[in-house]
Design a protein around this ligand. Structure first.
Ligand code: ZN
Length: 301
């Protein structure tokens, strides 16, 4: 059974066709330009394969925010994104119209959480959170093996964390909240605060202790809200692997014995982990979404 899997990012769209993430038959990378042009290329890719060997369903993981309420007139739309040209774009409709197949849409980070849950660091667990720390911070969650959303979808990157303005006068760069989690700890915050991009800072630079402090604070909040069985932390900033032990240690200190079990504290190296699928968590999750779309369509008929 063949599925289409699409991962829509701010700068590129990954399109794949296969039976799953370990059997990808074709994969292309399309630059994210204006919506009409980009979505036409996505549809060309899917249709070309669908005509050759029919696809069973398509899964799409996308940057957001997204309208994921299925009774909403703008269901499947990208909402008020800062990305030029993309606010109020119907993402799902053109794919559904072109292919007439079950299509499921979720956020890029919920897709990544699903991908890691099904095929990566979360195999065998019921719940997992995936956080990306890159040009922004986003978080997705899988609970009882399904991506979590409700009135909207989780926006874990915008939770509030303690900010001592004396030791860190940087105001934060989030256009909505200033010094929220993303505003203080995403990649651009490091560069704006220190005047040097993170990848050029040495491991002993004080930037990293502060970064670990903020990441640990955000992660501690997530632990207290969702109590996931594992937290996967990916994204460009996390290429700095030395952050992991610093974050783990500080999460435990911040929780101060509350909210995490002895079992987790004793196995912390297995609790806050890098993605097992590397850069492919999102596209794997899009395959997972396609499977879920197919299952849901079977239940509906
Ligand atoms: Zn924010």
């Amino acid at each position: 059974m063949l599925f289409g899997a699409i991962e829509t990012g701010g700068s590129k769209v990954i399109c794949a066709v296969g039976t799953g993430p370990h059997d990808i038959r074709d994969r292309v990378r399309i630059p994210t330009t204006m919506p009409a042009e980009t979505l036409a290329e996505v549809n060309d890719f899917l249709l070309r394969h669908h005509r050759e060997t029919p696809l069973s369903a398509v899964g799409v993981g996308s940057f957001g925010p997204l309208d994921l309420q299925d009774d909403s007139p703008t269901y499947g739309y990208v909402l008020d994104t800062p990305k030029p040209g993309w606010p109020n774009t119907d993402l799902l409709g053109p794919i559904q119209q072109a292919l007439d197949l079950p299509v499921a849409l979720d956020t890029d980070v919920n897709a990544a959480a699903l991908g890691e849950h099904r095929w990566g660091a979360g195999v065998g667990l019921d719940s997992l959170v995936y956080i990306t720390v890159g040009t922004g911070i986003g978080g997705g969650a899988v609970v009882a093996s399904r991506p979590v959303h409700g009135a909207s979808h989780p926006e874990m990157g915008h939770v509030r964390i303690p900010h001592d303005r004396e030791s860190d006068p940087f105001e934060g760069f989030c256009p909505y909240h200033g010094d929220c989690f993303e505003g203080l700890a995403a990649g651009p915050a490091i560069e704006l605060r220190w005047g040097i991009p993170g990848e050029s800072l040495p491991e002993d630079h004080p930037a990293w202790a502060l970064e670990a402090e903020y990441l640990a604070a955000g992660i501690a909040n997530i632990v207290l809200v969702l109590s996931p069985q594992r937290i996967v932390v990916g994204g460009g900033v996390m290429e700095q692997r030395h952050l992991f032990p610093m974050i783990r240690e500080r999460v435990v200190e911040l929780l101060h014995g509350y909210g995490v079990t002895e079992k987790i504290v004793n196995a912390l190296d297995d609790y806050v982990v890098p993605p097992a699928l590397g850069d492919d968590s999102g596209i794997a999750g899009a395959f997972g979404l396609a499977e879920m779309a197919l299952t849901a369509s079977g239940e509906a008929t």
